[in-house]
Design a protein around this ligand. Sequence first.
Ligand SMILES: NC(=O)c1ccc[n+]([C@@H]2O[C@H](COP(=O)([O-])OP(=O)(O)OC[C@H]3O[C@@H](n4cnc5c(N)ncnc54)[C@H](O)[C@@H]3O)[C@@H](O)[C@H]2O)c1
Ligand SMILES: O=P(O)(O)OC[C@H](O)CO
Length: 352
Amino acid sequence: MTEKEKVAIIGSGNWGSAIARIIATNTAKHENIFEKETKIWVFEELIDGQKLTEIMNTKHENVKYLPGITLPENLIAEPDLIKSVDGATILVFVLPHQFISRTLSTIKEHIKKGCRAITLIKGFVVDDQDEIHLISDMISESLGIQVSALMGANVANEVAQDMFCETTIGCADQKDQEMYLKLFNTKTFRVSTVSDVYGVEICGSLKNIVALGAGFCDGLSFGGNSKAAIMRIGLLEMKKFAQMFYKGVESETFFESCGVADLITTCVGGRNRKVAEAFVKTGKSWNDLEAELLNGQKLQGTLTCDEVHRFLTKKGKIEEFPLFFTIYLIAQKKVEPLRVFDFDEVTTEFKK
Ligand SMILES: NC(=O)c1ccc[n+]([C@@H]2O[C@H](COP(=O)([O-])OP(=O)(O)OC[C@H]3O[C@@H](n4cnc5c(N)ncnc54)[C@H](O)[C@@H]3O)[C@@H](O)[C@H]2O)c1
Ligand SMILES: O=P(O)(O)OC[C@H](O)CO
């Protein structure tokens, strides 16, 4: 008899909790393939004096990051990261990207041989030499395992309410594609699979920069035409970036849910958009706005913007990405938000 797959979810924020609800529903549904009990690692915190893991395991709700949504009873919250991955054959990474390095070093010596991973994390890591690293590569290099990616037009609160949406899984292995379909697909969360892992992941990571530009439009009270222009130009820069620095990224990937659809939803209803709008309207710092508006959830776009800027500067390619550069300068308060539409002039003016 073949061994059942054992799933561990690493991360339990807004998206982590929403996707955990889907995963645990499917591990219970497909008990011939998966072990029903599904562990989720929770970065422990106290909510009104009670541990979040205890609340999740008794009330079956993540009251802080996904309030009002009931989680399946076979989803077990675990505060110990090493225990959460014990014996797991599938690792689902769904953390804010700033926490990935420490997480990998903690579990490195404790994962089961032959396991594989899938990343739902949108972001990059840029090292001290300003070299960029995809999260899938970091996981793969650190743990020595195969890594796939799941990205799409998936605002977590909508997914958690079973509002119909699509998502894209990039996975190089045909058999694993089938297994991931069983793990993630539902009637309202429709999964498509492609083999272009890098394309899927880069789309999900770069769209957060464009979302800041969309938020600047809203902060300036500009209309749909202006935002659509930022989205279109942003999509072109996303594609150019992916194909300039990563071999094998396919143009078709940008038409999947992970591409154009995620860009649209994030520029309409995402947190990066929301906080960028408030940044223009209030002039407050990103950190203050994140704390005020997101209740512990983490903004990814400002970090990504900075990381991509450092990498492009090192590569001498700033001028080829004028919108990314201008969004970076506005986020740094070096340029007025209104100049988001003058990206060519801004780039000529500010390039070294
Ligand atoms: N929320 C969405 O709608 C959505 C949708 C698709 C993809 N994503 C992506 O999924 C990833 C995870 O996002 P999310 O929405 O689940 O998280 P989130 O923004 O809700 O982040 C908060 C999480 O970070 C944890 N945390 C705080 N400090 C920590 C630390 N020091 N170490 C480890 N964890 C810590 C918190 O406990 C909490 O679980 C991100 O890359 C995001 O871009 C989010
Ligand atoms: O809320 P955001 O801006 O982090 O975006 C959420 C998701 O990535 C949309 O798919």
